[in-house]
Design a binder for this molecule. Structure first.
Ligand code: NAD
Length: 365
């Protein structure tokens, strides 16, 4: 199969982790006889530096004409004083909209080798396997009006949370279909005791759930969900929620399973899928070569699964990640005291070797 991809390394640690994800994709493509066609484009601060636009037209065009997009991260403190629409993060929000990517899947899995990385007791976190399904094109991130207005000293800031029934229906469908292939549980997270958006959300989710009689639906307010996530993470299966609640809960889930650097995401629903690690550009560690590339590498696995239906190839990468963790490979964020810490590039190389080894083993079997 020809895998025609646009690569958006972005800012900070984005290029460092994306480079490793691409090497792993190349290894997997080679092992399974696929051909990769890659185009690298700018987004975020990297684009602003050369084009004064965080999402240049040629980046959008390249993304829309490829079969899938792999991104690193955006965000650069040098642009923090820019107006909102010119900040690096605005480029990513626009890209999600251009791609029609309304469903953001964020798996949070506790790898057995990393049980002791969680700040929670091993017996609490062992077996955690959560799929957060976050609505990605609505809510506060896109709602209008939005502004900071008025004279200094008496300025007023406004954001708007809006959700329409069709947007809730389509993301609910994604969550229930995923749940049917998992443990058949959907937890819908809202704030229906306070917000009108959440009341409509809950009503529509309950209506849509009737189409999936085999899946058990429950509801939680977001504050209570945040507490339960650290008290009993393994009770969670599919978590269905709106844009901002999903953003916050998925970072929390990253903390629960050991590190934000491990979390991958898929943004799907439109004609072209967008795959990126959950973490940001991590300016505090950018350029040091110590970032954990596994979130980016696992995003590449999601890309193969969701954009190309290459389940064996995706599983091969996921198994390779498990294997290197079992062998003791640790970047700084997941190393315990006394464990040696390897660089971003070495972690990537170890996963590449594990992909090649698993394929060689299959061939000889
Ligand atoms: P962040 O995710 O960049 O970093 C949070 C913390 O986690 C930092 O201490 C960082 O060092 C650590 N971390 C993150 N990824 C890591 C990895 N792969 N390996 C090891 N440690 C890792 O979040 P932040 O600091 O709140 O934001 C920094 C910038 O990134 C901001 O400009 C923000 O807007 C942007 N951001 C972008 C995205 C995105 O591109 N999707 C997501 C979140 C934040």
């Amino acid at each position: 199969m020809l895998l025609n991809l646009t690569i958006l390394p972005g800012d900070g640690i984005g290029p460092e982790v994306t480079e490793q994800a691409v090497l792993v994709l190349q290894a997997a493509a080679g092992a399974f006889g696929h051909q990769l066609q890659l185009r690298h484009k700018n987004i975020g601060g990297a684009a602003l530096a050369v084009a004064e636009d965080p999402l240049p037209a040629d980046t959008v065009q390249a993304c829309l004409s490829s079969s899938a997009v792999l991104m690193g991260a955006v965000g650069n403190p040098a642009f923090d004083h820019y107006p909102n629409h010119l900040r690096p993060e605005a480029g990513l929000l626009r890209l999600r909209r251009e791609l029609g990517a309304y469903a953001n899947l964020r798996p949070a899995i506790c790898f057995p080798a990393l049980e002791d990385c969680s700040p929670l007791r091993s017996d609490l976190v062992r077996g955690t396997d959560i799929m957060i399904v976050r609505e990605l094109l609505g809510g506060l991130y896109f709602g209008e009006p939005r502004s900071i207005a008025g004279a200094p000293g008496s300025r007023v800031a406004t954001n708007t949370m809006t959700y329409g029934e069709p947007a809730i229906e389509r993301i609910t469908g994604v969550a229930f279909e995923l749940a049917e292939k998992r443990r058949k549980k959907v937890l819908s997270v809202d704030k229906a005791n306070v917000l009108e958006c959440s009341r409509l959300w809950r009503e529509v989710v309950i209506r849509c759930a009737k189409d999936y009689p085999g899946v058990q639906l429950s509801h939680m307010y977001v504050d209570s969900a945040a507490m339960s996530l650290v008290q009993r993470p393994k009770d969670f299966d599919v978590v269905l929620t709106e844009n901002m609640f999903g953003d916050i809960l998925s970072d929390q889930a990253g903390g629960v399973v050991g590190s934000l650097g491990l979390l991958a995401s898929a943004s799907i629903g439109g004609p072209v899928g967008l795959y990126e690690p959950v973490h940001g550009s991590a300016p505090d560690i950018a350029g040091k070569g110590i970032a954990n590339p596994l979130g980016a590498i696992l995003s590449a696995a999601l890309l193969l699964r969701h954009s190309f239906q290459l389940e064996r190839e995706a599983a091969c990468i996921e198994n390779a990640v498990s294997a290197v963790l079992n062998q003791g490979s640790r970047t700084a964020d997941i190393a315990r005291s006394g464990q040696s810490r390897i660089a971003t590039s070495e972690m990537g190389r170890n996963v590449v070797e594990a992909v090649k080894a698993s394929q060689a083993k299959q061939k000889s079997a």
